[in-house]
Design a protein. Structure first.
Length: 102
C-alpha cells in the first residue's frame, strides 16, 4: 500500500507536468503572432512544440516512461516504417504521369 509521501510525490509530478503543458499551450498560442521567414521554419517550430507536449502526455499521463524496453523497441520499429513510408510517398511525387507525347 502506498503511503502519503509517495502519493504526494506523484501529485507533485502530475501538477508539474500539467503546468508544463499549460506553458506549452501558451507558447503555441504565442507562436501564432511570430512570423518566420520560411514556411519550413514555421512548421519545424510547430512540430517541436507539439512533440514536447505529446511526450509529456504520453510519457507521464499514459505512464509510458515506466514501460519496459520492448515497448520502446516496438515504437522504434514503427517510427522506422513511418519514415520509410513517408520517404516512398515523397519519392513517388516525381513519378506522376504527364500528358502524352511530352
Amino acid at each position: 500500500m502506498a503511503d502519503s509521501h509517495d502519493v504526494s510525490k506523484h501529485i507533485k509530478l502530475y501538477v508539474g507536468v500539467f503546468l508544463a503543458l499549460l506553458v506549452g499551450t501558451v507558447i503555441t498560442v504565442g507562436m501564432y503572432y511570430v512570423h518566420f521567414s520560411s514556411l519550413a521554419m514555421t512548421i519545424g517550430v510547430a512540430l517541436l512544440i507539439a512533440s514536447i507536449k505529446s511526450f509529456l502526455v504520453a510519457g507521464y499521463f499514459m505512464h509510458l516512461t515506466a514501460e519496459k524496453k520492448t515497448i520502446y523497441v516496438i515504437l522504434g520499429i514503427t517510427v522506422v516504417f513511418f519514415i520509410g513510408m513517408m520517404g516512398l510517398c515523397i519519392w513517388s511525387l516525381l513519378d506522376t504521369p504527364g500528358p502524352k507525347g511530352v
